[in-house]
Design a binder for this molecule. Structure first.
Ligand SMILES: Nc1ncnc2c1ncn2[C@@H]1O[C@H](COP(=O)(O)OP(=O)(O)OP(=O)(O)O)[C@@H](O)[C@H]1O
Ligand SMILES: [Mg+2]
Length: 223
């Protein structure tokens, strides 16, 4: 079946294709030349397993993710539902900036709320995403009220500890602030929405996030 290359990252490629008559995406992870072949095969397999498991696990908790149709360990591919007309949160924010929408506008606050809520649900079910960025969140029309759809779970894990959840949030905070200028109000509202979304332990995770930030800063200062 013909494939159309959609994205090419450091770890793999995403193609658009047909599978049993449906429009699907194939996510292929490729071999890293600098790693030992056995180790590489192992890591690649673990990433694919982590991704397929977490995507499916999320759906059982009512967290929106693409359906996993198939996993092929001979070609290191995973076949996913293609979320049609989707827009990454990254592009949604860029669009809003180009429309001169301020970062503390109600539209951006509503986006922050939706992200905070879905991440609370993710963590309440002990799923750590591992690579939270605005490119790994999708919206569908109508974008202003769509649920957040989470993708790209290759670095995910299952963990109950506040520490891992706080690090997950820290990665996202850094990603948002470095990708999108003037997003401090958005991040603040996102974390507050995360905190008030229901899970009691969310408060502890936000407190832990302060410690993670402090460590991050020390690391920057002292190498
Ligand atoms: N199921 C999907 N439906 C629609 N678009 C998708 C879907 N999955 C991925 N995409 C698009 O492809 C891009 C890359 O996908 P993804 O984030 O899963 O791969 P990646 O970043 O290359 O992965 P990795 O970081 O694991 O190497 C996304 O940012 C999104 O724009
Ligand atoms: Mg990605």
């Amino acid at each position: 079946m013909e494939r159309v290359l959609l994205t090419q990252g450091a770890e793999g490629r995403v193609y658009d294709t047909k599978w049993l008559g449906r429009s699907v995406l194939v996510k292929e992870r490729f071999i890293k030349k600098y790693r030992h072949p056995d180790l590489d095969a192992h890591i690649t397999r673990e990433r694919i397993k982590a991704e397929a498991r977490a995507l499916t696990r999320c759906r059982t908790f009512g967290i929106k993710t693409p359906i996993v149709y198939d996993v092929d360990f001979t070609t290191n591919e995973i076949f996913l539902e293609k979320i049609s007309n989707s827009c990454t949160v990254r592009n949604y924010i860029y669009e809003s900036v180009s429309k001169k929408l301020p970062m503390d506008s109600s539209v951006m606050m509503h986006l922050a709320e939706r992200i905070g809520r879905v991440l609370n649900k993710l963590h309440a079910n002990h799923i750590i995403h591992g690579d939270l960025t605005t490119s790994n969140m999708l919206l569908v029309p109508p974008y202003d009220s769509s649920d957040i759809i989470l993708i790209d779970f290759g670095l995910s894990s299952v963990d109950e500890h506040a520490e891992d959840k706080a690090v997950d949030l820290y990665v996202l905070e850094r990603a948002i602030l470095s990708t999108h200028p003037n997003t401090e109000p958005l991040v603040k509202h996102l974390l507050n929405s995360y905190k008030v979304a229901g899970s009691r332990s969310a408060e502890d995770i936000i407190i832990r996030l302060d410690e993670v930030r402090l460590r991050g800063r020390k690391k920057l200062c002292f190498g």
